[in-house]
Design a protein around this ligand. Structure first.
Ligand code: TMP
Length: 206
């Protein structure tokens, strides 16, 4: 059986990770891996319904704790319904955002204590961690401009610049603290150069 691998993609809004996920999947598939692409919040029927609640800009009364708990509720469903079965059948799971986003957005962005997030992580994941996390790093202003050109702002994208600055700082700090798991990709570079960075990183895993 093939060796399973859990890869996550992270970054601030507009860093291009969702577009580049298909490129990552292509490289892995071309080297014979069985790849499953998914995303958070979402990835299951229940999770996608939770995603709609979280991203709907009309839900202005959602509290920070509700937001965090909903992220982990969707994650619990995702892990048991999709991620664990795929990993146990030897697939490569490629996930557009995972728990690092909860630390960055709900921790860094909203200011929820790290210890609360750690408690939920332990409860829901029971030791499950990505093998590799690609952090698409980009200055906040450029990212928001790119995201703004794409579509109408969701509930998160309505936040102020300082919210996203805290998120970026938190991501970079986590990448520093867990350097063996994270690889930082400079998303300000041209598309071709970003692709080259991805190729170089994935070589180790093919
Ligand atoms: P997306 O725009 O990358 O699809 O992600 C949806 C939004 O959800 C994005 O603004 C980041 C946010 N998010 C969190 O705040 N916490 C989380 O744990 C996850 C997975 C996403």
């Amino acid at each position: 059986m093939q060796q399973s691998l859990f890869i996550t993609l992270e970054g601030v809004e507009g860093a291009g990770k969702s577009t580049l996920m298909s490129y990552v999947a292509e490289i892995l598939s071309n080297s014979g891996k069985d790849v499953l692409q998914t995303r958070e919040p979402g990835g299951t029927k229940t999770g996608e319904q939770i995603r709609n609640i979280l991203l709907n800009r009309n839900n202005i009364t959602v509290t920070d704790d509700t937001e965090l708990l909903l992220m982990f509720a969707a994650r619990a469903q995702h892990i048991s319904e999709i991620i664990l079965p795929a990993l146990s059948s030897g697939k490569v799971v490629l996930c557009d955002r995972f728990t690092d986003a909860s630390y960055a957005y709900q921790g860094g962005g909203r200011g929820i204590e790290t210890s609360r997030i750690e408690t939920l992580e332990e409860w829901v994941q029971q030791g499950l961690k990505p093998n590799l996390t690609l952090l698409f790093d980009l200055d906040v202003e450029t990212g928001l401009r790119r995201a703004g050109n794409r579509s109408e702002a969701d509930r998160f994208e309505l936040e102020e610049m300082s919210f996203f600055e805290r998120i970026r700082t938190c991501y970079l700090q986590r990448a520093k603290n867990e350097a063996e798991r994270f690889r930082i990709i400079d998303a300000a570079q041209t598309f071709d150069h970003v692709k080259q960075q991805i190729q170089d990183i994935l070589k180790e895993y093919l």
